[in-house]
Design a protein around this ligand. Sequence first.
Ligand SMILES: NC(=O)c1ccc[n+]([C@@H]2O[C@H](COP(=O)([O-])OP(=O)(O)OC[C@H]3O[C@@H](n4cnc5c(N)ncnc54)[C@H](OP(=O)(O)O)[C@@H]3O)[C@@H](O)[C@H]2O)c1
Length: 225
Amino acid sequence: MKILVTGGSGFIGRAVCAAAVDRGLSVTSLSRHGASLPTHTPALEKVTWLRGSVFDEEALEAALHEAGAVVHCVGIGRERPGKDESFKRVNGDSAIVVGEAAKKAKVPAFVFLSAGEKPPWAHEEYLSSKRRAEVALAKLCERLLVIRPGLVYGPEKRLASYAAGVLRLVAAVRTPGPRLEANTPISVGVVALAVLRGVLDPTARGVIEPARIAGFAEVALSTVG
Ligand SMILES: NC(=O)c1ccc[n+]([C@@H]2O[C@H](COP(=O)([O-])OP(=O)(O)OC[C@H]3O[C@@H](n4cnc5c(N)ncnc54)[C@H](OP(=O)(O)O)[C@@H]3O)[C@@H](O)[C@H]2O)c1
């Protein structure tokens, strides 16, 4: 099966691409700057890296050709108004645009990288854009899986890995409230496995909250594909 990962060159996108290639899927990524291979990961060399914006209708249509699933990993944590990068546009509109094109191309499955909580420095629009996109995608997609990670860490993100350690320590000494639960730290490899299950398991649909992602990813992938 071919999958399209929009934003496949980003932190989470790369982990998704590598996990999907390892699983034997044919993977295409679409992002404005094309390939991004900061570390030697043989799996990433097998990805078809397309250069283009999801807001470019032609580029998106070509990237979607023969895709059996789309994984939308486009998003920003900080706005750059001078570059037309607002939360509304990149975290919300981008997903809706891809959902509409996927519907037109009759792609049966859509996995959306949403968020459980906004970063402390970001304003409310970070999260409200994601929620708006979730509602729109639910109407557009044949099968939609929304993954809402809290803090995602990995070897490339030292600060996030440190913050994840602090959050885990806090959770160990006091009962996590909703705010702490929405930020349950999770490794980028586990998020990628959850995405892969979303792609391969025809029964996977709905919203996966931060505290449920690890359990959702744990289901042996050999049983679903
Ligand atoms: N990292 C976390 O802790 C975390 C936590 C919760 C949720 N999330 C969500 O997970 C998603 C991925 O996060 P990340 O940390 O992997 O972000 P990232 O590293 O910044 O990656 C974002 C990706 O989106 C691409 N992109 C941006 N605008 C685009 C456009 N117009 N067309 C095509 N591609 C575009 C970027 O490539 P170009 O710049 O080359 O286009 C890049 O590949 C985001 O939606 C984020 O909100 C992340």
